[in-house]
Design a protein. Structure first.
Length: 288
């Protein structure tokens, strides 16, 4: 299918990322069919999307009419059969290869031969995932960043099996959604996480060594490097377990010591000190 002929897209998974992708796709004029196993996930996603659009309207970045139109383009079902006929499908379900494998099996039974699958995985191999589907040439990685409506980058990652036309469609789609795309090889962490994850783990390592306090390390990176958040503020915001598990996965692939999470983070994850959402991470968030 030619890119200009695409009128609708599917989104599998209505979590943090699926909701964001659904929002930007609806704002870009696509009819968006969202599927999740959980009605509650969609209730949360719909609320998040509505609030986000209303905030944009309050800042006069979009009109009230555009809010209504975007919301009107979104539909949801727990029935995967509703994705029949979509030409382009964003996958944003749990970061677990078995969950993804089962989902792609079901999608292959429902979707047409031309459908492009764009996985938003952060840490799984695109090539391995492409090998799970009927048409690996139509599989590509499209790695968005959280929160999707705000973050302007998409990493486009062709699998070894991806045909050029598929990668080109992904690049055109990223642009249509208002993002800037970069292309990178299917390697652990792609570009951003390959650089970011060792940095975050190193920050925890020097905290563990007692080099400086979490506050001072955060201040150093903000004032010394112009970063908007320090490493501990960032991990408390995104979830301490994310950097921990992603590090473990990359370490499994590469065996490089820089990806191995320090004991401090292992213990924090075991203790449930996962950051803001848990009330405690590197900082105390109770009462905030
Ligand atoms: N959160 C981030 O910062 C971030 C950033 C970039 C990429 N990613 C990637 O995006 C993907 C989703 O991450 P998230 O943070 O949105 O996860 P999440 O846990 O917020 O949401 C996942 C959603 O998938 C749904 N789901 C699970 N199995 C399903 C199935 N078989 N069919 C349909 N829906 C199903 C769940 O009910 C849940 O609503 C992962 O691959 C993750 O690696 C996450």
């Amino acid at each position: 299918m030619k890119f200009e002929e695409i009128r609708s897209v599917g989104v599998a998974g209505a979590g943090a990322m699926g909701a964001g992708i659904a929002q930007v796709a609806a704002q870009s004029g696509y009819d968006v069919k969202v599927v999740d196993v959980s009605d509650a996930a969609w209730a949360r996603a719909h609320k998040t999307i509505s609030k986000s659009l209303e905030r944009l309207a309050a800042k006069e970045k979009i009109t009230g009419e555009q809010v209504k139109e975007a919301l009107g383009r979104l539909s949801f079902s727990t029935d995967i059969g509703t994705l029949k006929g979509v030409p382009f499908l964003f996958e944003a379900v749990f970061e677990n290869i078995d969950v993804k494998k089962e989902l792609y099996g079901k999608l292959d039974a429902v979707c047409g031969d031309d459908v492009v699958y764009a996985s938003n995985t952060s840490s799984l191999s695109i090539t391995e995932m492409a090998s799970l589907v009927k048409r690996p040439a139509k599989f590509v990685g499209m790695h968005f960043f959280n929160p999707v409506p705000m973050m302007r980058l998409v990493e486009v990652i062709p699998a070894l099996q991806t045909e050029k036309g598929t990668a080109d469609l992904a690049l055109a789609m990223a642009q249509k959604l208002g993002k800037t795309a970069i292309t990178c090889k299917d390697t652990p962490g792609f570009v951003v996480n390959r650089l970011l994850v060792p940095y975050l783990l190193d920050a925890a390592r020097i905290l563990e060594e007692g080099v400086a306090s979490a506050e001072d390390i955060d201040t150093a990176m903000k004032l010394g490097c112009g970063m908007p958040m320090g490493p501990f503020e960032l991990m408390d915001f995104t979830g301490v377990e994310i950097a921990y598990y992603v590090g473990e996965i990359f370490h499994g692939y590469t065996k490089e010591a820089r990806f191995s999470p320090p004991g401090l983070m292992r213990n924090m994850v075991k203790a449930g000190y996962l950051g803001r959402k848990a009330g405690k991470g590197f900082y105390d968030h109770t009462g905030k």
